[in-house]
Design a binder for this molecule. Structure first.
Ligand SMILES: *[C@@H]1O[C@H](CO)[C@@H](O)[C@H](O)[C@H]1NC(C)=O
Length: 524
């Protein structure tokens, strides 16, 4: 659908998490050959201890006097710095809220961190913050009844490995990827098998296949996923998911929970319309591809039966459109729009959505729109412009559905977990609070295409009535996500703000840990 921009860069970095998973898997693996391709390894079994957080150790100290980990972030010194430990307690009766208000401050006073000095003043240590969150599961979700299909190039897939790994690994979701080589030629068989093997070693249950024909245009490769998924489904498959290579699922568990609301034995077509009314008016009430298009197996079979007829009749230049047409032509099944699946037809600054507290079950277009000023993020493919979803989302491993969940501290600070900490000086927050401010989405991005005569100014049908954007640095100061990694039994997370008009940069650190892993000695 509209605007699919693709950026390809290559670096050889691998996150420490990837490395850890890799080592676990290599140690624990049993390979067995499969039917047709004798050189195809079966997907790796799960790590023996089926606990996402096994093996990370535990917190070492409270109010540390040194923060050697600050050497790992790439911010020029001196900078202003504050940190806080957050101890998470599971509560079965608690549902995820869009925003939770707390009366206390999140951070103690800031201190300056200068060159070669990681000393922390004890006066800048606050007692850990104790937060209740919905109870978290101890095991990986089981997505073995879902088969995902996408089409991409070998090079783009290679660059996406750490991102795919984040949502896909160890979930038993089966993923079939139609891959092309350079300039759309057929990829070499040995290259495919090598990449497939590496992905399986990272815990992804993937199978790489070639396009059905050489030189197939993109929309046809997409539509051919119907055949590909039919062929690769097995007795357990209930749902087929068509996705783009820049679709991301922040929580496989949430995705599965969403599917559980529907009856996969019926003809069911799920997906999301665009957030932009202009795009809906132009393309129809259809499942926009980037958000993920979901067909129950009976519906997949129906489209498969009419596969050639639909190809013959269609002139559509987009694959998701072809799926929609075929379903409409040969059944009475209409799209059921699923809130939480996001096509992200939003361009420019998407902060308004990521800071809205909405639960995001799928999101698209994360390979554009991020701005890594100064190239401060951890080197990885695309790090200048791709949302660092592989790191932003790490916190979900410690508190499940808390990714992008919001907590408001006092009158003027809002944490949107994994995206920003924002402060609202000069009473900006109370200014729009009167109009249910924080429940509304801030329209931070580029204006929508206009449909003449429509009552809907652009986003109302999906995002609701918007609130106008605040002026950055004056009404809203964003401390943007910088990095996160797993260590000492929890997740260390950093946010950063560039100093304005000669003031120092600021770094904020949150260390998220579950109560059961918080076993530190006495305060020094
Ligand atoms: C930075 O300086 C410019 C020029 O004096 C001024 O217009 C702007 O408001 C200042 N920004 C902040 C955040 O103070």
């Amino acid at each position: 659908m509209p605007s699919r921009r693709h950026i390809i860069t290559v670096t050889s970095s691998i996150s420490s998490f990837a490395l850890f998973v890799f080592i676990l898997v290599v140690l624990g693996l049993r390979y067995t050959a499969r039917g047709s391709g004798a050189d195809v390894a079966s997907p790796p079994s799960l790590p023996e201890e089926n606990n996402i957080f096994s093996g990370y150790g535990e917190a070492k100290s409270r109010c540390p006097s040194e923060a050697p980990w600050l050497n790992q972030i790439r911010i020029d010194r001196p900078f202003q710095y504050a940190r806080r430990d957050i101890i998470l307690r599971p509560n079965r009766d608690l549902a995820r809220k869009s925003v939770t208000k707390l009366d206390e401050a999140l951070f103690p006073d800031f201190q300056d961190i200068s060159e070669g000095d990681n000393h922390l003043a004890s006066s800048t240590c606050l007692e850990p913050l104790r937060l209740e969150v919905p109870a978290w599961p101890e095991t990986y979700p089981d997505a073995s009844h879902v088969i995902f299909g996408l089409s991409t190039s070998m090079a783009r897939l290679e660059d996406s490995l750490v991102y795919f790994q984040r949502w896909m690994s160890f979930t038993k979701a089966r993923v079939i990827i139609v891959v092309t080589g350079e300039a759309d030629i057929m990829p070499k068989h040995s290259d495919m098998r090598d990449l497939e093997r590496r992905m399986r070693q990272m815990g992804m249950h993937v199978t790489l296949v070639r396009p059905m024909e050489e030189g197939m245009p993109m929309e046809m490769r997409y539509f051919s996923l119907v055949k590909v998924l039919m062929e690769h489904r097995d007795g357990r498959t209930e749902w087929a998911v068509f996705m783009d290579d820049d679709t991301f699922f922040p929580s496989m568990r949430e995705f599965i929970n969403t599917l559980n609301d529907y009856d996969a034995s019926k003809l069911v077509y799920l997906g999301a319309i665009s957030e932009e009314w202009w795009a809906v008016a132009r393309y129809s009430f259809m499942g926009f591809g980037g958000a993920g298009v979901l067909l129950s197996v009976p519906l997949l079979e129906l489209v498969d039966r009419h596969y050639q007829d639909c190809i013959d009749q269609s002139g559509a230049g987009a694959g998701d459109m072809r799926i929609y047409e075929c379903i409409r032509w040969y059944s009475d099944t209409g799209l059921q729009h699923v809130n939480g699946l996001f096509q992200i037809d939003l361009h420019g600054d998407r902060s308004g959505l990521f800071e809205s507290g909405r639960k995001i079950v799928s999101l698209h277009h994360w390979k554009e729109g991020w701005w890594d000023e100064g190239q401060l993020g951890t080197p990885r493919p695309g790090h200048a412009t791709w949302f660092p979803m592989d790191r932003m989302n790490v916190v979900a491993d410690v508190c499940a559905e808390c990714f992008l969940q919001r907590w408001q501290f006092g009158d003027d600070l809002v944490l949107s977990n994994g995206y920003t900490i924002a402060t609202y000086p000069n009473g900006a927050l109370s200014k729009f609070e009167r109009h249910r401010g924080l429940e509304k989405v801030e329209e931070t991005w580029i204006k929508p295409g206009v449909i003449k005569g429509a009552n809907n100014p652009g986003w109302d049908h999906y995002l609701g009535v918007m609130r106008p954007p605040l002026e950055l640095e004056h009404e809203k100061i964003q401390y943007r996500f910088l990095d996160a990694w797993k260590v000492d039994g929890g997740v260390r997370q950093f946010y950063h703000h560039f100093g304005v008009n000669g003031s120092l940069d600021t770094v904020m650190e949150l260390f998220w840990i579950r109560e059961e892993n918080w076993k530190v000695g006495k305060t020094p």
